[in-house]
Ligand binder design. Sequence first.
Ligand SMILES: [Zn+2]
Length: 274
Amino acid sequence: VKKFKVGDFAGVGCMVDSCRTCESCKQDLEQYCLTHTSFTYNGTEQDKKTPTQGGYSTEIVTEERFVVKISEKLDLKATAPLLCAGITTYSPLRHWKVGKGQKVGVIGLGGLGHMGVKFAKAMGAHVTMITTSASKGEDAKRLGADAVLLSTDAEAMNAAAASFNFLLNTVPVSHDINPYTNLLKLDGTMVLVGALTPLDGVVGGSLMLPRRTIAGSAIGGMAETQEMMDFCAEHNIVSDIEVVDMASINETYVRLAKNDVRYRFVIDMATMPA
Ligand SMILES: [Zn+2]
């Protein structure tokens, strides 16, 4: 191990290994490994058989390529979700070169959305929270959003048509994306980072006029995850969290299913029974 010394703060995210030699891995895009990405949870090691054991443990073993340094300036417990929700939103904002002078919309305010607002703002963009809930809109402003657009307000949605350079769509379930597509201006892109399931009928015409793009993105490579961690230290960005102990995990799960979390639960591993 060369990157770390005893006592350093270190983080392991969604991946613990990849083939390390394919075209994607050579470009530091291990999450898109052409052979096999070993995901931390519900995954398998490079033999494609041995199950990975997840992170709910007091110890974890992995190669240093899959470990990032965490600045001591940051609140350690609030950096944990950066390794998933953080990089998931940071990576597309960087890839599509979001920055100053651009109008960015973040659709949905949850674990992903709240990080999207913080990053897009820190990158210099004008940020609008697009949500169905007025109270979440207020919360987004507290997190740094410049404006709120209620997706249930047809008049406001019409007025905002063709005005966004970039949309980060964090909605985690199947939904009609056409009302959002219409918000994109010429050459604007909407990136999906939430829904894994089929999307309702996409209207081809609204992509053609005016030349809009719909894309997807998944976490980020290890080099970019380190870049994100360093960006967070520089801009003092962490996740909004609620720490829970192992004994309350079932109760926590019920709350999670009801979307009753602002905006990520973090389990204190010191409370895990021996
Ligand atoms: Zn690979």
